[in-house]
Design a protein around this ligand. Structure first.
Ligand code: G4P
Length: 528
């Protein structure tokens, strides 16, 4: 990476803002724990998600999450390790929360893809990978659980290459697997790491035929093991930094998160090759991280992180300059200046006031509804970032209130929850009751749970006669007006007042598209 002549160049170059993508159960939580442990951010590995009767962390604050044992909400964890600052943005594991995941991935510069060595690429990994590919996010692959019976490394690499159409360069190679997993061969440094030394220095060897390597293999696997290693060294593509930065090539590391093995090498690799904070496209120009003036965008809103403080936290990625506690910032959506009095950093167990933050950092800004997903803050420049999209919901429902007298309260509650991104709300222009739209069914449960817990509003959901919502854009005013008159009963506005067409089916949508060729229907909308 090129060093920038910015007053904050050193700060920027130290930062790595990344996410871990994986299929549930591949070991994301375990890996997160170990990384935080290495970074000294937590005292005891095992605190991120303790199952059973062990203590749960604060990120598991919701009842629904406790019942289902999944991590519903995105959070951020910061740790330091050997001179670098790592901001790990947690992507929710459940597939219903893809929207949250998209938003989170809009705020990272790289990702670690964790794969279960016994399973290879699984459905959710593939989906998340596709999101990363859309944004050309560089990916480091970590093949986990090598201490269990695994697929052969060649088989794993082939599976990843073929399924994802991604070039791979192994950085290390497993010596044995399952109960015979004895170490890693570092292919770039001709060195080994023994299983009983997860975090010390690597041990230099004289190539794959060095007796130190051979003796690590189980006697019965020795010959084939050394041969495979030689073949792997011969056949591996050299690491190409440009191809990696463009998201076409992924370095591969093997290991066992549970045994803490290979985790140090993974963090070292992240520090050495993952890009520091990158420039970001805004509506009027591209913003470079090295610019002196602060800019940032909100990619997540989370309420009730701490049940004792019913606050709402807007998670903002700083994109340039320096955020100083107490500074005033311009909110692009309203043009108003707001004070950043208590920006916070998040660690595994704690928060701390953020006195200053730089490009790549994620700060939590407590607020009472001022900030929304997609909001841009600047030091005054009129500019808004794009790229935190809203997706057309896959499920549309009407909310039925147990007590119809509470309609006004419901409206307010839905507005707030929509601002947090928990649901989308569509207000029909003909005055009929609002509809909620979600991407997955579990999101409805969360919505119901929160309406009850936070607003004391018992609700049920009824199916609506619509199944699709699409944002409407039409340059031709006369045609748009004709469309509006014709479809008054199927039009609604979203949270920002943008027009949405509600359709009963795909057929309906295509039919209307043919009848009104200048009207365009979009299933993704950039916030703002
Ligand atoms: P996730 O967040 O991706 O869903 O996965 P998580 O880390 O919770 O790991 C899923 C299961 O796999 C856990 O076991 C965990 O201990 C195990 N695991 C993770 N990494 C490794 C590894 O490198 N080797 C082996 N052998 N197992 C690993 P569990 O029994 O479901 O949970 P727990 O009761 O142990 O917490």
């Amino acid at each position: 990476m090129t060093k920038t002549a910015s007053p904050y160049a050193d700060e920027i170059d130290q930062r790595r803002t990344f996410a871990i993508i994986s299929h549930p159960d591949a070991g994301k939580t375990t890996l997160t724990e170990k990384m935080l442990f290495f970074g000294g951010a937590i005292q005891l590995a095992g605190e991120v998600k303790a199952k059973g009767d062990r203590r749960r962390t604060r990120s598991d604050w919701m009842d629904i999450e406790k019942q289902r044992g999944i991590s519903v909400m995105t959070s951020v964890m910061t740790f330091r390790y050997q001179g670098n600052i790592y901001n790990l943005l947690d992507t929710p594991g459940h597939e219903d929360f893809s929207e949250d995941t998209y938003r989170t991935l809009s705020a990272v510069d790289s990702a670690i893809m964790v794969i279960d060595a016994a399973k290879g690429i699984e459905a959710r990994t593939r989906k998340l990978f596709e999101v990363c590919r859309l944004r050309d996010i560089p990916i480091i692959t970590f093949i986990n659980k090598m201490d269990r019976e695994s697929l052969h490394p060649f088989e794993l690499l082939e599976d990843i290459e073929n399924t994802l159409a991604l070039d791979l360069t192994p950085f290390n190679w497993p010596i044995g697997q399952g109960k015979n997993f004895a170490g890693l061969y570092d292919m770039r440094q001709s060195a080994i790491r023994r299983i009983d030394n997860p975090s010390g220095e690597l041990e230099k060897v004289n190539g794959p035929e060095d007796p130190k390597v051979a003796e690590l293999f189980n006697e019965h696997e020795r010959e084939a093991g050394v041969e495979d290693l030689m073949l792997a060294l011969e056949a591996s593509k050299p690491f190409d930094a440009d191809a990696f930065n463009e998201g076409h090539l992924s370095p591969v590391l093997f290991g066992s998160a549970l045994r803490e093995f290979g985790v140090k090498d993974l963090i070292d690799t992240l520090g050495a090759i993952a890009p520091p904070p990158q420039g970001l496209e805004a509506d009027v120009r591209e913003v470079a991280p090295s610019e002196p003036a602060m800019t940032g965008f909100v990619f997540k809103i989370q309420a009730n992180m701490d049940p004792n403080h019913r606050d709402r936290i807007a998670f903002m990625r700083v994109c340039s300059g320096k955020l100083s506690r107490g500074m005033k910032a311009r909110l692009a959506r309203t043009g108003k200046m707001i004070g950043l009095h208590t920006p916070q950093f998040f660690f595994a167990q704690d928060r701390a006031l953020a006195e200053e933050a730089f490009a790549g950092d994620v700060v939590g800004i407590p607020n009472h509804g001022t900030l929304r997903i997609g909001d841009t803050l600047t030091e005054g420049e009129v500019l808004a970032f794009r790229g935190v999209p809203s997706f057309a919901p896959e499920i549309l429902r009407r909310v039925r209130l147990a007590d119809p007298m509470k309609a006004k309260k419901l409206k307010e509650a839905l507005q707030q929850l929509a601002e947090e991104g928990v649901t989308q709300v569509f207000t029909p222009v003909d005055g009929s009751p609002a509809l909620v739209g979600v991407v997955g069914a579990l999101q409805l449960d969360v919505l119901k749970d929160r309406l009850m817990a936070e607003y004391k509003l018992p609700v049920d959901f009824e199916s609506a006669r619509f199944s699709l919502a699409r944002w409407v854009v039409c340059e031709d005013k006369a045609e748009l007006s004709k469309f509006e008159t014709r479809h008054r009963g199927s039009l609604a506005t979203d949270l920002d007042g943008a027009m949405v067409f509600l359709a009963a089916s795909e057929f309906d949508l295509t039919y209307e598209g043919d009848r009104f060729p200048s009207v365009q229907f979009f299933d993704v909308k950039d916030y703002q």
